[in-house]
Write a protein that binds this ligand. Structure first.
Ligand SMILES: C[S@@+](CC[C@H](N)C(=O)[O-])C[C@H]1O[C@@H](n2cnc3c(N)ncnc32)[C@H](O)[C@@H]1O
Length: 279
């Protein structure tokens, strides 16, 4: 039988994984936020801006009524919170995770309401509007998010047990979200698929995965002189990796970057949004 891409039982590319981990030591949370989470990529007056597209996909997925349970885990949160702004209304426990202490600290700063932490207000206002609420309800949403985030944990998707032992219920999380993580920590498609399979092992049967990621990207800048290699993916590879990982695809949406979203901080050509379920 022919093996789908990424399924080959090659030994893990430990050298490639270690080289990427070294690149991440130069990751600057503030620069990363500036490059990707300010206009034009986060322009709430435009529906063709990247962030409003992602928020609309997340809102739709979380309001279809099929995602239930208590625990949502966000895999590779980085310094960002936009990816859990819809999910925090559905799940009573949200676990944020990242490989880097600098990113976990950045998240803790916002959770603690520290001055000078990134301003997620326009994001909160926008998601309130998607939910049919007034943008002025953003303070309630911020309070809800702060109350349901119970932990910000270290994670390594290349380890057999990515999270510290005992972090999750024995049956697994009810929902996983992951955005722009797996393809940007994996040296090749086989490593991406292995990381996806490992991530799927954190999920209970019947639970859902929302995966957002880059298409056709070979690098992104994580600080002025820090270039992180990315495994370039296409839609077929994403579908194949989901299948190999035992996840059933429910929906795949694709966004193509308009020319003015190509701002010189990466070579991404598109973005995929996947809703999948563990049978
Ligand atoms: C491109 S950023 C994505 C951040 C955020 N989720 C977003 O949507 O912008 C990739 C994240 O993966 C994290 N990371 C690096 N190596 C990792 C690993 N081995 N396991 C899990 N996450 C890792 C990085 O620290 C970084 O925050």
């Amino acid at each position: 039988m022919e093996r789908s891409q990424g399924e080959a039982k090659e030994p893990p590319n430990r050298e490639g994984i270690a080289a990427i981990a070294r690149c991440y030591q130069g990751f600057d949370p503030a620069m990363y936020l500036r490059y990707n989470y300010t206009p034009p990529r986060a322009d709430f007056t435009r529906t063709d801006s990247i962030v409003p597209w992602k928020l609309a996909c997340l809102h739709q997925a979380f309001t279809e009524g099929d995602m239930t349970g208590e625990t949502l885990v966000d895999v590779g949160s980085g310094p960002t919170l936009y990816q859990v702004l819809s999910g925090c209304e559905v799940f009573g426990r949200v676990v944020l995770t990242d490989f880097l202490e600098a990113n976990r600290r950045e998240l803790q700063r916002w959770l603690a309401g520290e001055q000078g932490s990134f301003d997620w207000t326009p994001y909160l206002q926008h998601v309130c509007q998607l939910e049919g609420r007034s943008p002025s309800a953003w303070r309630e949403k911020a309070a809800r998010l702060r109350s349901v985030v119970t932990e910000v944990l270290p994670i390594d998707v290349h380890q057999p047990c990515p999270l510290p032992p005992g972090s999750l219920p024995a049956s697994g999380a009810d929902c996983l979200v992951s955005s722009f993580c797996l393809e940007s920590v994996s040296p090749d498609v086989a490593s991406f698929t292995a990381a996806l399979r490992r991530m799927g092992s954190l999920l209970r049967p019947g639970g859902h995965v929302l995966l957002i990621g880059a298409l056709g990207e070979s690098y992104y800048m994580a600080a002025p002189n820090v270039r992180i290699p990315v495994v370039p993916l296409d839609e077929a590879q994403v579908c194949s990796s989901l299948k190999v990982s035992g996840l059933s695809l429910l929906r795949l949406c694709v966004y193509t970057l308009p020319p003015d979203m190509r701002v010189g901080v990466d070579d991404v050509s598109g973005i995929f949004f996947v809703k999948a379920r563990k049978p």
